[in-house]
Design a protein around this ligand. Structure first.
Ligand code: PEP
Length: 254
């Protein structure tokens, strides 16, 4: 059985001091929670907190993830962070293509695919976020948008015998931070399409892909979401900053 993955995306909600304090305050409980069988917990703080958190959670099963990485090779790219640095800091996961980065930094699908390529070289599992706007959702364009977002990533692996582990997180933009979650029908249809699409494009190598969900997951909604959809993990934003809520989400699952 694949472990069920819980990704805590802290975004830029806390300062460096606050992130480290939060991690220290919940260190023992997080390590205990991480012992749950078939479970992987990934903490994604801001870049600056990766080193101290790596120290706090060394020798535990708590994994560390970054919230982004550069699409470029090492060189003159002021303000960017390369996958190798993330690996040296102890990251084994990295979120890419989050809708906030796509919107606020105008990221393209091709740049996201380049990030994926760098992460793989450094044995970091990419968590690739995909999802449509409410306008596209209402216009029935969800599948078309997802297909477009996936295209350069899928193309990179199309003839591969085996592929590295890849996580795809379906995060409808209209569900992020809104308290609105997709209906069971929408989830069923979307995940069925995603699985079939990856299988069609990648063949048996698609077994190394995981499908996750993100968008307004909390302790009230998580069980409902994962019961209904064929998913292998959750990407949790605001609820991951309340340790009691996060703990409940992990404990409730399966
Ligand atoms: C996210 O932005 O990845 C996310 C899932 O946020 P929230 O849980 O706050 O909707």
């Amino acid at each position: 059985m694949k472990p069920f993955v819980y990704v805590a995306n802290w975004k830029m909600n806390l300062s460096f001091t606050q992130e480290v304090a939060f991690a220290k305050q919940n260190q023992a409980d997080l390590i205990e929670l991480g012992k749950k069988p078939d479970t992987t917990i990934v903490l994604c703080p801001s870049y600056c907190s990766l080193a101290p958190l790596s120290e706090l959670f060394k020798n535990s099963s708590i994994a560390l993830g970054a919230q982004d990485c550069s699409a470029y090779k090492p060189g003159a790219h002021t303000g960017q962070i390369h996958a190798q640095t993330l690996a040296e800091l102890g990251c084994t996961f990295c979120i890419v293509g989050h809708s906030e980065k796509r919107t606020q930094c105008h990221e393209t699908n091709e740049q996201i695919a380049q990030k994926v390529a760098h992460l793989i070289v450094h044995n970091i599992t990419p968590i690739i976020c995909i999802g449509e706007t409410i306008k596209d959702h209402r216009a029935g364009k969800t599948v078309a948008i997802l297909e477009e977002q996936l295209a350069p990533i899928v193309a990179a692996f199309i003839h591969a015998e085996t592929i590295p582990p890849l996580c795809f997180a379906y995060e409808p933009i209209w569900a992020i931070g809104t308290g609105v979650i997709p209906t069971p029908e929408v989830l069923k249809t979307t995940y069925a399409w995603l699985r079939a699409h990856l299988q069609q494009k990648l063949g048996h190598a698609s077994q190394n892909t995981r499908l996750m969900y993100g968008g307004s997951v909390d302790e009230q909604t998580s069980a409902k979401i994962t019961m209904l959809a064929d998913i292998d993990g959750l990407l949790i934003g605001s609820a991951s900053l309340d340790f009691q809520k996060f703990k409940k989400i992990v404990e409730l699952q399966r």
